[in-house]
Write a protein that binds this ligand. Structure first.
Ligand SMILES: [Zn+2]
Length: 448
């Protein structure tokens, strides 16, 4: 059954999820105009930003006019907060109307970003999660285990209320130990587990130590992965799927959005759908700040139509993505997608002969080749020209002839994803490359 034939169930609405693009864009424009008016009238920060460029809400007449709105950066968001503590001048209404407080982790000495949400915001945020969870296959019959420590981290709460909205039976495991969690997962017959990809791996290791066979002794069918990349990296996804005997879904959210912006649907086409009736997402070149085409990698810029207490317009996320058209996924949704999820961060970007190269994107392409067991990216300077070389270590059972084509195919795939940039692909002998524990160690920049 295609999704357009399924009945509408409140939070999950085929009428918008399969809406023709022209209609969807008309809806986006109406929502954008409403949010722009609201932000300009009620938020000091947004009034100031609009005034600085001489922009008024009525100037937003088409979706392309979104480009007239100044970008919002994370630094600016934080500065607004620190100059008028504790919440800054972004708010549209009195903090007394807030229902929830959340913040980013503030790890490695960074100032945490504070977020306040009113009742309407909060209901909307749970709805976004419900959209994604339902699309991936969560249903009222599910026993939904939340393996997060909750606290001020917004993601766990969004998942919790989203799953509750669907009508699943919630198990809020909070600060329980891994052992207790695993016992409960088994005894309650949990069918869905929400966690970070890293913790899903660790839980599987614990289970092995406890003699629990997750594949045969647990009823877990779905792993909801969020808060960090992992479920979007084919190798990690496969590992998790084998360890748990479950489908593994990638959900892209952030505190600035207050919820998820994109989700993996049950077709698992290798991309995440953008919730386009609630967000307007642009992809820009992080250097020129101009929009890039479909199929080109750039920085995600997010505009939310739903967060009213703390409006977020044209927020530069620093996430690298490649947008593809909705037809990329066979499910029937008309929402565009990000192929491979979030591919990396703009901070990791390297400039090679005028082309932006993202190590995360290179990794995603290399990982599509099962014949490759390990790889390394090496940047060198020959005269005035920068060279990029991908050293690959094939698995021992790959034949001579296949190796020849493999390096050719990989070089061509890499060039295609990077505006035709030439990559040197060098095959190394088995066992010669180190086993990298951190992704960042795979890149060696020798240009000095
Ligand atoms: Zn889909």
């Amino acid at each position: 059954m295609s999704i357009s034939q399924k009945p509408s169930i409140g939070f999950w609405n085929p009428k918008t999820e399969t809406m023709p693009r022209a209609q969807l864009q008309a809806l986006q424009l109406r929502k954008l105009q409403a949010m722009v008016h609201w932000a300009y009238d009620k938020s000091k920060l947004w009034r100031r930003k609009f005034d600085q460029v001489g922009l008024e809400p009525r100037d937003i007449r088409t979706l392309d006019d979104v480009q007239l709105i100044p970008f919002l950066t994370k630094e600016e968001f934080l500065r607004a907060q620190t100059s008028a503590p504790p919440f800054g001048d972004t708010l549209t209404v009195s903090p007394e109307l807030a229902l929830r407080y959340h913040q980013t982790s503030g790890s490695s000495g960074r100032i945490p970003l504070r977020a306040l949400d009113g009742r309407k915001d909060w209901e909307w945020q749970a709805e976004m999660w419900a959209y994604g969870l339902y699309a991936f296959g969560v249903r009222p019959k599910d026993v939904f285990f939340v393996a997060f420590g909750y606290n001020v981290f917004i993601g766990a709460w969004g998942i919790h209320y989203g799953a509750e909205k669907i009508g699943a039976m919630l198990v809020p495991s909070g600060t329980q130990s891994s052992e207790t969690r695993l016992k409960l997962i088994k005894e309650l017959g949990a069918t869905t587990v929400a966690t970070t990809p890293t913790y899903a791996l660790r839980l599987a290791q614990y289970a092995e130590g406890m003699g629990i066979d997750l594949v045969n002794e647990s009823k877990v069918e779905l792993l909801i992965c969020t808060a960090e990349p992992g479920a979007n990296i084919p190798a990690t996804k496969r590992t998790l799927e084998n360890l748990w005997g479950a489908r593994v879904g990638d959900f892209v959210g952030m505190t600035e959005a207050g919820t998820i912006v994109a989700f993996e649907c049950s077709e698992q086409c290798g991309a995440v759908h953008i919730i386009e009736d609630h967000f307007y997402e642009e992809v820009i070149d992080p250097i020129t700040l101009k929009p890039v085409e479909y199929g080109q990698i750039g920085e995600r810029v997010m505009t939310s139509f739903g967060r009213g207490m703390m409006p977020v317009l044209r927020f530069r996320t620093g996430d690298l993505v490649e947008k593809v058209e909705s037809s990329y996924c066979p499910c029937g949704r008309t929402f565009d997608l990000y192929k491979g999820g979030v591919l990396g961060r703009t901070d990791d970007m390297k400039l090679i002969r005028g082309t932006n190269v993202y190590p995360g994107a290179v990794e995603n392409i290399v990982r599509e080749y099962k014949e490759i067991s390990e790889f390394q990216i090496v940047l060198t300077r020959e005269g005035y020209s920068d060279e990029i070389t991908v050293q690959i270590e094939p698995r021992p059972d790959v034949g001579e002839e296949r190796l020849h084509y493999l390096s050719y195919e990989l070089a061509s795939d890499l060039a295609e994803a990077h505006e035709g940039l030439r990559f040197n692909v060098v095959i190394t002998d088995p066992g010669t490359l180190p086993k990298f524990e951190h992704r960042s160690a795979r890149l060696q920049d020798l240009r000095m």
